[in-house]
Design a protein around this ligand. Structure first.
Ligand SMILES: [Ca+2]
Length: 519
């Protein structure tokens, strides 16, 4: 049951009958400056196609379409989406008992936590592009990093969550890290933007905007806040052993509760040193977001604000970030909305969720139709305690990070199958330092290890994906079935990797320069 969130403000020309139907937010008029493309996206025919493509969101889409036809989205909470770099599930509430994250643990205990949430891609921009469009990187256009000459960007017709919510009448804002486009915050539909990606500055800026939005009682707000910690931060001396470690000047290692080495890393002094640094960076990020959560509470916004916390991908250790193993694609996901039953109260869900599922879930919540091209599926009914068909699989992909390493995977409840399209090194160095202090158990000599074509892991007996069973005759049927399911997904979504090597923006730039064009 949703309770009233905003003061109700009468809008001229809105019939009283419509006013009575609004329960949480102010009534808004139909969006008069809606772009033609938007209108097309929420048209009835496309909504029906979306329902067919995502049957579990059918009820939401239908309801939302009816709401849109009445010109009156109802029950619209504020949305505060907090995210950080490179965390994976490295939080106390996810079982890492040596890292201190009391504020995010509290959010989980007051809200809802998803034990098995996954991103579509184990590197920054592609994962974020999925998070904010509900579409896979090979469809939304972001198949590599967005900054500098990497220059990947959302396709022009891709709709960012900020754009959709702006056009739905939300006040939209971005704070800190925005790494899902090459084209800046306006491309994302964010009306307000405050830069600076350090957690302290980002949270200060977010609190400032929060105070401003709290006084604007006629419109709900959407604010995405991104911080850089616990990304590796490097250091001034590129020859120092801790170059591209987790510490900056404002961070220090944290061994208050000890250090626990995960099962895919060698238990060495170097690994423990790096994990202590990581714990310090995560603790700092938690402290900063704790301030933002307190600000939400102090300003009386807690009841009517959906708070989401997540991250882009796994933590920056070898065989985690930039890999399709679970430490690369498993991400923290928790949310809290006290005014809606099932969206708070400390529930823990174990169903597999993909970060393409966030957008359709949020659009259903705010009464917007789900665009036909959204590939995720809403998990709102899971939260609401209504019939929900769990995912049978999630899909992951990497194409470019700092080099070309095209891989695709399917993860089921029991198995992971990875197909590799190049003989690149077995795993990408997530420190990008060339002087890694942590090393993996598998492969035993990563300097001489390269991808096989196919990898298969039994997650029940081998959760750290150490024993490749792809050539085990006893697993031939499993391998065959998963290959077919992965191929079906890539075919249905028209992944360009099926037909040719993927060409990068820099490749096109170099080609243009050779032909005498502009760089
Ligand atoms: Ca990242």
């Amino acid at each position: 049951m949703m309770r009233t969130c905003h003061s109700r403000k009468l809008v001229r020309s809105v019939p009283e009958g419509l006013l009575r139907q609004a329960s949480c937010s102010t009534v808004v008029l139909p969006n008069t400056d809606m772009k033609k493309n938007d209108a097309k996206l929420i048209g009835r025919r496309d909504a029906m196609r979306a329902m067919a493509a995502t049957p579990l969101s059918a009820a939401l889409a239908s309801s939302a379409t009816q709401g849109a036809q009445r010109g009156m989205p109802a029950k619209r909470p504020n949305i505060l989406l907090m995210h950080c770099h490179d965390l994976g599930q490295y939080l106390h509430c996810y079982g890492v008992k040596t890292v201190r994250t009391p504020n995010l643990d509290r959010l989980a205990s007051e809200g809802v936590r998803f034990e098995r949430s996954f991103c579509t891609a184990p590197q920054c921009s592609p994962s974020r592009a999925s998070l904010f469009t509900g579409r896979y990187p090979h469809n939304n256009g972001v198949m590599g990093l967005c900054h500098a000459d990497f220059a990947w960007d959302l396709h022009p017709d891709e709709r960012h969550l900020g754009q959709i919510l702006r056009d739905a009448g939300y006040t939209t804002a971005g704070v800190g890290i925005i790494h899902e486009t090459h084209s800046g915050p306006k491309r994302c539909g964010l009306q307000h933007y405050k830069g600076g990606g350090g957690a302290k500055q980002a949270v200060n800026n977010a609190i400032g905007l929060l105070e401003r939005f709290a006084s604007e009682t006629d419109k709900p707000f959407y604010m995405q806040v991104g911080c850089i910690e616990p990304h590796r931060l490097g250091g001034k001396d590129p020859h120092a052993s801790d170059h591209m470690g987790f510490l900056g000047r404002h961070l220090k290692p944290d061994t208050t509760l000890g250090v626990d080495v995960p099962g895919f890393l060698r238990d060495t002094e170097g690994t423990r040193t790096e994990l202590a640094e990581l714990q310090g960076a995560v603790h700092y990020m938690d402290e900063q977001y704790g301030r933002l959560l307190k600000a939400v509470r102090d300003r009386g916004l807690e009841e009517c604000t959906l708070v989401i916390f997540t991250t882009d991908h796994g933590y920056a250790m070898p065989r985690a970030k930039c890999s399709l193993y679970d430490p690369g694609i498993a991400v923290a996901l928790m949310l809290r909305l006290p005014s809606r039953q099932g969206w708070h109260g400390g529930a823990v869900h174990s169903q597999m969720i993909s970060n393409v599922d966030y957008v359709p879930t949020l659009l259903g919540l705010v009464g917007r139709a789900i665009p036909a091209n959204v590939q995720g599926r809403s998990f709102a009914s899971l939260l609401d305690g209504k019939p929900y068909e769990p995912r049978k699989e999630v899909f992951g992909e990497i194409t470019y990070h700092d080099y070309y390493d095209p891989r695709r995977c399917i993860r089921t409840e029991t198995h992971k199958l990875i197909v590799n399209f190049s003989s690149a090194p077995s795993f990408m160095d997530p420190s990008q330092s060339w002087r890694p202090r942590s090393d993996t158990i598998v492969p035993p000599n990563h300097a001489l290890a390269y991808h096989p074509v196919v990898e298969l892991y039994d997650l029940r007996s081998d959760p750290w994906e150490q024993k490749d069973l792809a050539d085990d005759p006893a697993r031939a049927e499993v391998r065959k079935g998963l290959l077919a399911r992965l191929h079906r997904h890539l075919s249905e979504t028209q992944d360009p990797i099926l037909t040719e090597a993927v060409v990068s923006p820099m490749h096109r730039k170099a080609w243009a320069m050779l032909k005498g064009g502009k760089m």
